[in-house]
Design a protein around this ligand. Structure first.
Ligand SMILES: Nc1ncnc2c1ncn2[C@@H]1O[C@H](COP(=O)(O)OP(=O)(O)OP(=O)(O)O)[C@@H](O)[C@H]1O
Ligand SMILES: [Mg+2]
Length: 260
């Protein structure tokens, strides 16, 4: 098992009296080579969960085992090493350095790892070719389209050959045709054996993932084949007519601290 989450909770403390229970007892596992979509309405805890999976944040309670190692037992140095070697991140807003070429942006994680210049360059070029940008390496981010920028970000995430690729709304800033381009790239990476977690609010994208997990109010309310979980909250008519519509979630907010 690559990812094992056991009863994960995350409470944000706001001031003296106000606590936000962003995750309330989340448990699931992800095997190597799986492709999992994380879905749920705004505020349901998707990004909070991804930050914990990516070792950018630690749970308030529960255990997270990555590759069999309990993340809570690791030192800060170990954690930054894991972030650098094991995990590739892709964000909605690309997060590229604006004054650096595509090639330099992709090389950056290898600079942090102390990889020598020549090898860095070779690996960054290979990663850019892998995402179909072999002819755009010297371009600045401003000289690239949105979809191309996001592909640079995917190349940067792949260049350190991580065990796990995490993408939080990677198509959120792209039009649907360009989002489709990124989706096809993820499909290709999945076929090559990469392990992927994709946060998306678009049911039609989640439906294409072999597996989807739905969060509601910090709890997992569904975990199964993407095509089933993606549209589960939509009424039948809406499902047939408008698969692009966001799920309607009118469930009352529960006061319980833990998931039922
Ligand atoms: N740093 C923080 N401090 C306090 N509360 C937070 C913080 N980050 C998130 N929250 C709260 O935790 C809950 C879950 O937030 P999260 O960002 O995980 O939601 P999300 O599912 O990613 O939503 P979206 O689809 O809008 O990105 C929300 O109620 C949010 O207000
Ligand atoms: Mg979010």
């Amino acid at each position: 098992m690559l990812i094992e989450m056991r009863d994960i909770e995350r409470v944000y403390h706001l001031g003296r009296s106000e606590d936000v229970h962003a995750l309330r007892g989340v448990s699931f596992g992800v095997e190597r080579g799986e492709w999992v979509a994380i879905v749920g309405q705004s505020g349901s805890g998707k990004s909070t969960l991804m930050n914990i999976v990516g070792c950018l944040d630690t749970p308030t309670a529960g255990h997270y085992l990555l590759n069999g190692r309990d993340v809570a037992q690791l030192s800060d140095d170990d954690l930054s090493d894991i972030r650098n070697r094991e995990i590739g991140f892709v964000f909605q807003t690309f997060q590229l350095l604006p004054r650096e070429s595509a090639l330099n942006n992709v090389e950056l994680p290898l600079v942090y790892r102390g990889v020598k210049a020549r090898e860095r360059r070779q690996r960054a070029k290979a990663a850019l070719r892998q995402v179909g940008l072999g002819d755009r390496m010297r371009h600045l981010p401003t000289e690239l389209s949105g979809g191309q920028r996001q592909r640079v970000a995917v190349a940067r995430a792949l260049v350190s050959e991580p065990s796990l690729l995490l993408a939080d709304e990677p198509t959120g800033n792209l039009d649907s045709a360009t989002g489709e381009e990124i989706m096809r790239l993820f499909e290709q990476l999945h076929r090559q054996g990469h392990t992927l977690c994709l946060v998306t609010h678009e049911p039609r994208l989640a439906a294409r993932c072999p597996r989807a997990i739905r969060l509601r109010d910090g709890c997992i309310v569904a975990d199964g084949p993407g095509r089933e979980v993606a549209f589960a909250d939509l009424p039948d008519a809406a499902r047939a007519a408008a698969p692009v519509t966001a799920p309607q979630d009118n469930a009352p907010r529960s006061a319980a601290t833990r998931c039922p």
